[in-house]
Design a protein around this ligand. Sequence first.
Ligand code: BG6
Length: 508
Amino acid sequence: MEKVKNIIMVIFGASGDLTKRKLMPAIYMLHKDGRLPLSFAIVGISRTPYTDEEYRTYIKENLMLYMKPEEIPSEEDIDKFTSYLHYHAMNPAERDDYKGLNSYLRELDKKIGSKGNYLYYLATPPSLYGVIPQHLKAENLNLNEGKEGKKRIIVEKPFGFDLQSAQSLNEIYRRTFDEEQIFRIDHFLGKETVQNILAFRFANSIFEPLWNRNYVDYVEVTAVENMGIENRGGFFDQTGTLRDMVQNHLIQLLALTAMEPPVAFNATSFRDEVLKVYNSLIPLNETDLREHIVRGQYIASERDQSYREEKNVDPQSRTETYIAMRLELNNWRWKGVPFYIRTGKQMPTKVSEIVIHFKPTPQLLFNCEQGECPKANKLILRIQPNEGILLKIGTKVPGTGFDIHEVEMDFNYKDFNNLSTEDAYSRLIEDCILGDPTLFTRSDAVEASWKFFSPILDYWKNHPEAPLYGYPAGSWGPKESEAMMTEHHAEWTNPCKNLTKTNLYCEL
Ligand code: BG6
């Protein structure tokens, strides 16, 4: 791995949603913290005909909208940052346009001295993920040139549409770039709290002996959002929640929770262990496909319109905006322990968390007449918001008798020396500049994940009668997802207490 000191970052999809909402604020933060390479430039690429000045103004306006209020830059600083920005209008799908790109980059390279170091970021619709690397190769824009002149490429998710398309895409990348040049991004892995799952498990010894089928009853992985699909109807309606969230983000969370300790903390060992988890997912049979997956789509409620009324969504759409499912792993550590995962749009709140439900004590020695009865210990790894870790334990209520009440031991990131958690995209873009692929997905892992999830898509395609449950926008999703868990006497940990049939709006 090698840090490059000078680099041109070429963003395909420069006028898109991802660039303005996530990438630019993340790169701005690297600039603010002095973490960008010495010579640095960004070339925005899309078909919209901007001049450099117009593009700078467009990004400036969006930074004001999408930066966290406490991080909004001063006028002076924003001008410094936008001076990195350049713009080159072209059609990324057109082979011939890459000749112009090649000369444009060479010219800029001479001006800023980036020595042929180019980092391509594919923030485009997924249909271009296979086209761009081939066109770059046709202009030799894929080739490392000696010691300097590194070329790297970051590809957004979903990488592939199913197993077959992911394999074809990997094949294209194999022909155009070396694996060490390819950075398949899953921004959940860039989150501080997701990385902390590893630290929590492998930098502490007290929980690891309990982290297995002997002590764990079941595991919940939740990543739900209170927003809908925003302006992304065109993309989302073709993609759906399984491809958008489950095949990548949720399964990564599950992998970090379930994996064995890597022999060392490096890219190969870490990614080998992630792959082993994917390879031990027990393939779903017909019964599982029917009974252990609940798919939903939000319908109109007092809070919002229905999914089918969203812009650029087919009014008859059967695309899922919610999924809950039960998975199992076939390995020594986890055999027989259900993992319940769930994600959805238009839920009452935004929360991502992993809940480890430990087995209850074999015998109930005490009463719990006052307050909430502790059922069993729960460990909650809170990814976002209120980042932290919470352990629920039973405690004696002071006074006569032996009444037990559930209390919480709570660690909050915000109490940690006032350090704020870093933005996921900043971390990952910097890692790519440093040449560190640890937190990026390897080709074999993408395929192993698709191997497990593709049959679900096939099943839905071949069984148009498979239910797609409506749930009111702002509710916790189809009630069938609760029913799926009762078989195991399990229940979702909704962070929302007062949800009733008439009150769908959660007060935390
Ligand atoms: C993206 C999905 O990868 O992750 C979006 O495409 C989703 O649909 C987003 O909203 C959630 O990420 P975060 O970091 O806001 O939880």
